[in-house]
Design a protein around this ligand. Structure first.
Ligand code: ACO
Length: 406
């Protein structure tokens, strides 16, 4: 099938062959026309458009349209899409009572997946996955409400009043405003912050069959509604081996800064296989020459740090670490470069986003990709419920032992 794989589904049906592939490293779960990725060459394209072009010429909302509908919008399509999102930015007033019930120190990813799942209780008019109009309104609701739900989770953790969405602002401006404005103090959104956030959302918007996207497809394949499927995807993204890596990277930079900024010590530690320590934010399973997303946001990261001149030792540590690791034979030989999580963690820090919110922002960025994959799966007539097989390794048949004899 194509240049890269063999379609063995027919062979499997004939022979009852089961392939065992831990972690699905070489198993294609689907055909997809959404995102192309070549890890050796560092290529990432959404619907055929190189990520570099999209980052240069589009904003996040246009990119979302492209992923979901397959084409870049013209001016009127873009305006209709933006207006549709603006119409749905508020969340039902009754949903605010959820936030009263969550503990103040609840992780915002837990809040996000719970409240997104609960959208299915408030919007029962759009739960039929086989009705295109219901799916359409659900996707607008999700794109519009996710930033509001996310910002409220931050406000809850701060003990501050929630800020209603301001529909005169763009998607990213509105999110930053809901995060950082208070009724007592307005927050003037810096256009450079908006640019950086747009870039981050664009580079995170899709990455083919990653863990959370596969989860969304898996749940959706049972004909579960879009809210339930996306809520499950948020749960998958939360894990430190997936969306949680940028949080781990900034925690590591903080540790190095507190330890006097001795970068060489940590580079040496990462080379020593005995202690199991790795430099967070370096290396990638698929990208073996460079991570094209990291290349794009590195420039944004430099620009932001040069402008803000923040007095935070973490930024100096990040710059030194990048410099030292990139010149080290160990990292050169193994093709270990800073990945997207390295720079995204640093940018979020510079924007004043608290660490626990990093993965929440990743979820906002990844949402259009999840929706696009869910729809592609639903609209494909050959989709069947995802139901992997297993190789059974337990006991063979045993005689039942009554309770009194055990
Ligand atoms: N620090 C030190 N050594 C490393 C690192 C690292 N960050 N990453 C890989 N290596 C070494 C390995 O020890 C191995 O060395 P060896 O050949 O001497 O045994 C070699 O490089 C190859 O590593 P693998 O583990 O085989 O690479 P794999 O592709 O399986 O792992 C991964 C990729 C998980 C991303 C890894 O590089 C890593 O753990 N990085 C740190 C965590 C991180 O930043 N994750 C975010 C990824 S980006 C994203 O998820 C959006």
């Amino acid at each position: 099938e194509g240049e890269r794989g063999i379609d063995i589904s027919q062979l499997r049906a004939k022979t009852k062959l089961i392939t065992l592939d831990d972690g699905f490293v070489n198993t294609g779960s689907t055909k997809s026309a959404i995102t192309f990725l070549d890890g050796e060459k560092g290529i990432l394209r959404y619907r055929g458009y190189p990520i570099e072009e999209l980052a240069k010429h589009c904003d996040f909302v246009e990119t979302a349209f492209l992923l979901i509908y397959g084409e870049l919008p013209n001016a009127s399509q873009a305006e209709i899409f933006r207006a549709g999102i603006r119409d749905h930015t508020m969340i039902h007033e009754d949903m605010r009572s959820f936030y009263n019930g969550f503990p103040r120190d609840a992780h915002p990813m837990a809040i996000l997946s719970s409240v997104v799942g609960a959208l299915a209780t408030f919007y029962q008019d759009s739960l039929n996955p086989n009705d295109p109009d219901q799916v359409e309104i659900s996707l607008y609701r999700l794109l519009a409400k996710l930033p509001t739900i996310a910002a409220y989770s931050y406000k809850k953790s701060m003990g501050q009043p929630f800020m209603y969405p301001n529909n005169d602002l763009s998607y990213c401006e509105n999110f930053l405003h809901m995060m950082f404005a208070t009724p007592a103090r307005d927050y003037v959104v810096d256009p450079d912050f908006v640019e950086a956030l747009n870039l981050l959302f664009i580079v995170h918007a899709d990455h083919e069959q990653n863990c959370s996207t596969s989860t969304v497809r898996m749940v959706g394949s049972s004909n579960a509604n879009l809210f339930a499927s996306i809520s499950a995807g948020i749960g998958a993204l939360w894990g430190p081996l997936h969306g949680g890596a940028n949080e781990a990277c900034v925690n590591m930079l903080e540790t190095i800064a507190k330890d006097g900024g001795n970068v060489q010590k940590y580079v040496d530690m990462a080379k020593d296989k005995e202690n199991g320590f790795r430099l967070m934010g370096f290396g990638h399973r698929v990208y073996k020459n460079f991570d094209p997303r990291a290349k794009i946001i590195r420039a944004s990261c430099d620009k932001l740090l040069a402008k803000l001149q923040l007095d935070d030792p973490l930024f100096e540590v990040a710059q030194k670490l990048e410099e030292v690791a990139l010149q080290d034979e160990y990292f050169i030989e193994r093709k270990l470069y800073p990945n997207v999580d390295f720079y995204s963690g640093v940018i979020y820090r510079a924007l004043g986003i608290p660490i626990q919110m990093f993965t929440v922002l990743f979820a906002i960025g990844r949402l259009p990709g999840w929706i696009a994959h869910w729809e592609e799966m639903h609209n494909n007539p050959s989709t069947r419920i995802n139901r992997p097989r297993q190789i059974y390794t337990g006991a063979t048949e045993r005689a039942f032992v009554p309770l009194e004899e055990r």
